[in-house]
Design a protein. Structure first.
Length: 80
C-alpha cells in the first residue's frame, strides 16, 4: 500500500505544480522584459531617446508562431 500512497503524493504534487502557475496567470498581469526595461529607463532618464526603431514588429498572433519556429529549429539542431 505504500506505492499507492507514493503515487497519490506524486499526483497531488503534479496537480499543485500545474495548478499554481495557472492560478497566478489569471491573477497577475505579466509584462515582457522589454516593456519593463523601457518603463525603468523612462523613470530613470525621462529625456532618453532610443538609438533606432525596429524595422518590423510582429503582431500579437505572430509572436507565438515565431517562438514555436525558433524552438522547433533548436530542437531539430540538437536532435541532428
Amino acid at each position: 500500500m505504500s506505492w499507492l500512497r507514493n503515487k497519490s503524493v506524486l499526483i497531488v504534487a503534479a496537480l499543485f505544480l500545474t495548478g499554481v502557475p495557472l492560478i497566478m496567470h489569471f491573477t497577475q498581469d505579466f509584462a515582457g522584459a522589454d516593456d519593463q526595461a523601457g518603463e525603468m529607463i523612462q523613470s530613470v532618464a525621462p529625456s532618453y531617446t532610443p538609438w533606432f526603431e525596429s524595422l518590423w514588429e510582429p503582431g500579437e498572433s505572430a509572436e507565438p508562431l515565431l517562438f514555436g519556429l525558433q524552438a522547433a529549429a533548436g530542437a531539430a539542431f540538437i536532435a541532428y
